[in-house]
Design a protein around this ligand. Structure first.
Ligand code: ADP
Ligand code: MG
Length: 494
């Protein structure tokens, strides 16, 4: 080994990701049992999910169609013939003793995903990440180790839930690229409507395969696989930890073992779980209970016809249909739920103003959601309530500034109070009565006579001061345009 490889500028990181996407079908992949999350343990596990002898699996067509949708959206090969195989291993939450998965003939073959991220000089780079394959499989149950007085409980509700495992090529070169890929993939499966995207509930989880090699080498280093990381932040931390651990290990004369590891978010480190199995340890063989899956060109055409609008197309449409800047269109369409909220709220406005609505969704609303760590689907304000607030700016009932105050009150009331109720109750309505504004302007002039004379004799800088004073006296409620007009008239009057 080369001596003195001290910095990571001399090492290259290689990452390949395996992502388990829980498919949004109503029933399980091989049984009719419900897949709803959060039910009483074992209330959604039928004879087949329990692995009882004499039961026979039947493929859920909806799960297959979802895999095809994914394949189409990533320009992937869709196999005319794919095969389900048994992957044999023992685990208490796997009663059959094998998992039904796909091995050498997956439904979805090679494809790619184009991702964008900022490089170390903050320049936006585009990169194509190869997808090796995506295969359909069933999830296992769950072992529960808490609250059982030193015993473990098994919940088989999750057993048989359909998963699409998406395997990337080892094309990824940093944690940052990995996150860009994951976020794009996450947005895509949500857009496709094949996954609810809920990472906390495990609907989208990632195994990160990481290795390092001397820069310039084209041989892959030994990898470790960190299992089931379920947040973007944790994936980034797990990869970064693993990269420095491996470099340190090699530089101090050790070798990386091919291992399965677990990430501990509290200690921010990965720990070994077991030495990695090779495929032949699983004794894969075609499941004799399931026929090979045939997909005809007509079937693919039928799915093509019902493909939803995807992120890039939506972004383009937002720019042209609503006259938004590319940046605004990009931000609003990065997540389907945000794009949906924006469009719903916009449609509900009395007089739709796309730019103003975009500013409010990306500004005030995003800020408070961020602060409270909420998803837009958990917004305390419905699109309708939000539309009414923005309507009141358009129809001049309140200024944009006062609208922020109204928004805060609406949020604090958890959406129980409407914009109009708050404007009414707090007396925040904009003053548009010319007489009333003129009176305030006169008061301000009387109190600042010297400055007013300077303003009249051409010291334009003071204009802002006078507008400010009038707004202050009116508690921000005077119509700013009217204040300007009246003040102008007063200056000219002499
Ligand atoms: P397994 O199922 O045993 O984990 P797979 O071939 O299904 O193996 O997937 C392995 C994943 O690991 C792929 O995403 C692949 O790109 C990635 N990978 C393979 N070799 C390396 C390596 N040396 N370094 C980093 N990632 C790797
Ligand atoms: Mg793996």
């Amino acid at each position: 080994m080369t001596a003195n490889l001290h910095t990571d500028t001399e090492w290259e990181t290689v990452i390949g990701l395996e992502v388990h996407v829980q498919l949004l079908t109503h029933s399980k992949i091989f049984s009719g049992c419900s897949t709803r999350f959060g039910a009483e343990p074992n209330s959604q596990a039928c004879a087949l999910d329990l692995g009882l002898p004499g039961t026979l699996p039947v493929l859920n067509k909806e799960a297959l169609n979802m895999a095809i949708k994914f394949g189409l959206s990533t320009s992937s090969e869709i196999s005319p013939l794919s095969v389900f195989s048994r992957k044999n291993y023992f685990y208490p939450d796997l009663p059959k003793g094998y998992q039904i998965s796909q091995y050498d003939k997956p439904t979805i073959g090679k494809g790619f995903l184009d991702v964008e991220f900022k490089d170390s000089e903050d320049k936006l780079v585009k990169k194509r990440i190869g997808i090796t394959r995506a295969h359909l499989e069933e999830d296992a149950g769950k072992s529960l180790h808490e609250n059982f007085h030193n015993l473990s409980g098994i919940d088989l509700n999750r057993a048989g839930t359909p998963l699409l495992e998406i395997v990337s090529e080892p094309d990824i070169r940093s944690a940052k690229e990995a996150i860009a890929y994951l976020k794009k993939l996450h947005a895509l499966v949500c857009y496709l409507g094949i996954c609810d995207g809920n990472m906390q509930e495990g609907s989208f989880r990632c195994d990160a395969n990481v290795s390092v090699r001397p820069k310039g080498s084209d041989k892959l280093g030994t990898r470790t696989e960190t299992k089931n990381v379920n947040s973007f932040k944790f994936v980034e931390q797990a990869i970064n930890h693993e990269v420095s651990r491996q470099i340190q290990l090699i530089e101090s004369g050790g070798t990386v073992r091919q291992q399965t590891r677990l990430f501990d978010p509290v200690k921010q480190e990965t720990r070994p779980m077991r030495d990695k199995e090779e495929a032949n340890d699983y004794r894969y063989f075609p499941d004799p209970d399931l026929l090979p899956v045939m997909i005809t060109p007509e079937h693919i055409e039928r799915i093509k016809a019902i493909m939803p609008e995807l992120p890039d197309a939506k972004c383009e449409r937002f720019a042209t249909q609503y006259g938004l800047t590319p940046y605004d269109a990009q931000t609003l369409t990065a997540e389907k739920a945000i794009a949906d909220y924006f469009e719903q709220a916009l449609k509900l406005m009395s007089k739709p103003e796309p730019k103003l609505m975009a500013n409010w969704v990306m500004g005030e609303l995003s800020a408070v959601l961020n602060k409270e760590n909420l998803d837009i689907t958990q917004s305390l304000l419905s699109p309708k309530a939000f539309a009414e607030l923005v309507d009141r700016i358009v129809d001049n009932t309140i200024s944009g500034k006062i609208a922020k105050v109204v928004f805060e009150h609406m949020w604090a009331s958890k959406g129980t109070q409407s914009a109009d109720e708050i404007i009414q109750a707090k007396g925040l309505k904009q003053v548009t009565d010319t007489g009333a504004i003129e009176k305030i302007v006169d008061d301000v002039i009387a109190n600042n006579l010297d400055q007013f004379k300077e303003l009249q004799s051409g010291k334009d800088k003071l204009f802002g001061f006078f507008v400010g004073q009038v707004m202050k006296l009116s508690k921000g409620q005077a119509n700013p345009q009217q204040v300007n007009d009246i003040l102008m008239a007063k200056i000219k009057q002499g």
